[in-house]
Design a protein around this ligand. Sequence first.
Ligand SMILES: Nc1ncnc2c1ncn2[C@@H]1O[C@H](COP(=O)(O)OP(=O)(O)O)[C@@H](O)[C@H]1O
Ligand SMILES: [Mg+2]
Length: 251
Amino acid sequence: MESPVVRFKDVSYAYEQKNVLTKINFSIPKGSFMGLIGPNGGGKTTLIKLLLGLINPDEGSIDLLDQPRDKFKEWNKIGFVSQKANSFNKGFPATVFEVVSMGLTAKVGYLKFLTKAHKEKILSTIDQVGMLDYAYQNIGNLSGGQQQRVFIARSLVNNPELLILDEPTVGVDYENVQRFYELLNRLNTDYGITLLLVTHDTGTMTEHATDIACINTRLHFHGKPEEYNNLTDRDLSKLYGHPVNLVTHDH
Ligand SMILES: Nc1ncnc2c1ncn2[C@@H]1O[C@H](COP(=O)(O)OP(=O)(O)O)[C@@H](O)[C@H]1O
Ligand SMILES: [Mg+2]
């Protein structure tokens, strides 16, 4: 079997004295669409911060694309879109083209040094997320869902192997959430990008993801959506630590 894109081995992490993740063993198969779910405060964002090298595990180890995270240098193969991306200031004076170019300028320097090939790549990436008609519009004038697509394009412009999204659909309305998932499925199946999506929207996610992991300090479940859907209310309340009425109404 092909080696996973990400592998956590016995990873534990505490902020000050507060244990947040305990002995997490978790891997993301290449080409999968991994949905990461769990209650608020369960440690999902912390897991991503560990993955991205923003914090270090207290115990255990993390491999990225077959290398120990501490030696890993190919960070442009890992794209990240955060939740905050969609609370963009309305007055921010940048066009969609400029925002997407920022994904590349980290590599090529300031915008005016972009070559024709860079510009074509930027436009084709904007097209890939269905935003070509808006390429020269101001980002601040777009809806939350449209802005989120643009931020995805900003990550995609580097051809990442893994794209990580932390609660990207918070504040996006139902119809746009559906379109958003269609886009993610396309990136996954047509472009072969491995996805790690953190969400509270378990219902929509189990329809689209290929794999599901649930964390609440510990990894409580790691398997296929069908298996997740077969969990009983009792399993779920054990997972969430309280009787559930699923966690789809978090704000
Ligand atoms: N920088 C921090 N300092 C101290 N505690 C934190 C910090 N960030 C998160 N926490 C705590 O760690 C726990 C897990 O947080 P987080 O990983 O953000 O969970 P999730 O993303 O699943 O909601 C929470 O109890 C949170 O309050
Ligand atoms: Mg979080």
